[in-house]
Design a protein. Structure first.
Ligand SMILES: N[C@@H](CCC(=O)N[C@@H](CS)C(=O)NCC(=O)O)C(=O)O
Length: 210
């Protein structure tokens, strides 16, 4: 039995699905509605994460892993694809950590956390959107001489950033003036496995009752 990813369509657990698809790591998917916290098959997300948040993985052993960053690291460590996996003794591993943490803290929590949450006023959301250009410029410069965050090969960090771009437009964020970043974004979102999962998640999301 593979590990189970607790997944709400189009949320950050989609990054874990991107990583698993690209790294050819089999996962069971337990779909849930993030508004109600209920799984399609019954039961509540709160039973696995008292914060009621994805991403959550249940390993074969029954052990629970929360946090999208940890989930991505676990998935990449299970991959037997040499092009995808980074070993902890590889200097690249720290670049992997660096960019996963960047996505988690500088993009996901710093910007999406506010822009997508109903308690924030429009003014506050705009203030947080203003953080984006500096972060986009940093990524644009980093991607000026490499196709992926870690160099020549797609990694779990790219999976996280790909998810950010799936929702960036809905968040009112426009990165089109950053040429390297824009090319990277298009290339990521056109990867067949990623595209397939986006389409399937959009359908699933549309079909979920709220
Ligand atoms: N610390 C968690 C937070 C993830 C997070 O913010 N997840 C969002 C979906 S993208 C969520 O579950 N939101 C529901 C809620 O906060 O009630 C992580 O890094 O994975």
């Amino acid at each position: 039995m593979p590990a189970t990813l607790m997944h709400a369509p189009l949320t950050c657990s989609l990054a874990a699905r991107f990583a698993a698809a690209e790294g050819k790591v089999p996962l069971e998917i337990a779909y849930l509605n993030l508004q109600t916290k209920k799984f399609e098959e019954g039961g509540s997300l709160y039973d696995f994460n008292p914060l009621g948040q994805v991403s959550v993985l249940r390993l074969e052993s029954g052990e629970i892993i929360t946090e999208t960053s940890t989930t991505l690291l676990w998935i990449q460590a299970q991959s037997s694809e040499p092009a995808f996996r980074r070993e902890p003794n590889d200097p690249d591993y720290y670049q992997l950590l660096r960019w996963i943490v960047f996505c988690a803290t500088e993009l996901h929590k710093q910007i999406f956390r506010v822009v997508f949450y109903p308690e924030a006023t429009d003014d506050v959301k705009d203030r947080f959107r203003e953080l984006a250009p500096q972060r986009f410029a940093l990524l644009d410069s980093h991607l000026s001489d490499r196709p992926y965050l870690l160099g020549d090969r797609f990694s779990a960090a790219d999976a996280y950033l790909a998810w950010f771009f799936v929702l960036a437009k809905n968040a009112g964020l426009d990165s089109s003036q950053y040429r390297n970043l824009q090319a990277y974004r298009s290339h990521l979102l056109e990867r067949p496995l990623i595209q397939e999962l986006i389409v399937s998640d959009r359908q699933k999301d549309a079909g979920m009752t709220r």
